[in-house]
Ligand binder design. Structure first.
Ligand SMILES: [Zn+2]
Length: 195
């Protein structure tokens, strides 16, 4: 399955912050042909569309700097993900960027129902970015330690968060790489038996 340019990213990385990083150049391997690495946030509308799918409609008039802010946070998360997946030390400058966004007001949690629409009716871009930054704090913090991996397939460098209880997830997605690996293994076995 090859994502077509302009369509939204199709795979579940296990983390909203990682999904966000995949709207831009998150590639551990520059020869990757997965479709990861394409810039999906070409304009403010793309950003509002992406955030809207996660947070409900984004309200208010976006500021001119919102797109730049979003890309800055996203790229920092992407670099942190590449470092974490490689087991390398996280770049301090990118930690600073995430912490800066996480320190601002996020999207408040709200119970459904009630008589007044107080919370989600007024989500703004900076709040959504703060929520994503806070996700990134959890993602790269000590609790998630060792759960960020590159896909096990040889020709795939997609990075994901292993949310399986046993920590046994091996593929970016079963549809993409898991099944291909199974098919290859099956063919090799059949070929060996035919000899
Ligand atoms: Zn893969």
């Amino acid at each position: 399955m090859t994502p077509v340019e302009g369509t939204r990213w199709w795979f579940d990385s296990g983390s909203a912050a990682l999904d966000f990083a995949y709207t831009g150049p998150l590639v551990a391997d520059p020869d990757d042909d997965s479709g990861a690495g394409a810039e999906l946030l070409l304009g403010l509308d793309d950003l509002l569309g992406w955030l809207g799918e996660r947070f409900g409609e984004v309200q208010g008039v976006p500021r001119p700097g919102d797109l730049e802010d979003a890309r800055g946070l996203r790229d920092a998360i992407a670099r942190l993900a590449v470092a974490a997946a490689a087991g390398e030390e996280l770049p301090a400058s990118d930690i600073d960027i995430v912490n800066l966004f996480a320190a601002t007001p996020d999207v408040p949690p709200a119970l459904p129902g009630g008589n007044r629409q107080a919370g989600h009716a007024s989500v703004r871009v900076p709040q959504a970015l703060s929520t994503l930054a806070r996700e990134a704090v959890r993602l790269f913090g000590p609790e998630a330690g060792g759960r960020i991996h590159p896909c096990s397939a040889d020709d795939c460098s997609i990075i994901y968060l292993d949310t399986s209880r046993a920590g046994s997830r091996r593929w970016c997605s079963m549809q993409r790489c898991g099944n291909r690996a199974k098919v290859r293994k099956h063919r090799a076995k059949a070929a060996a038996q035919a000899q």
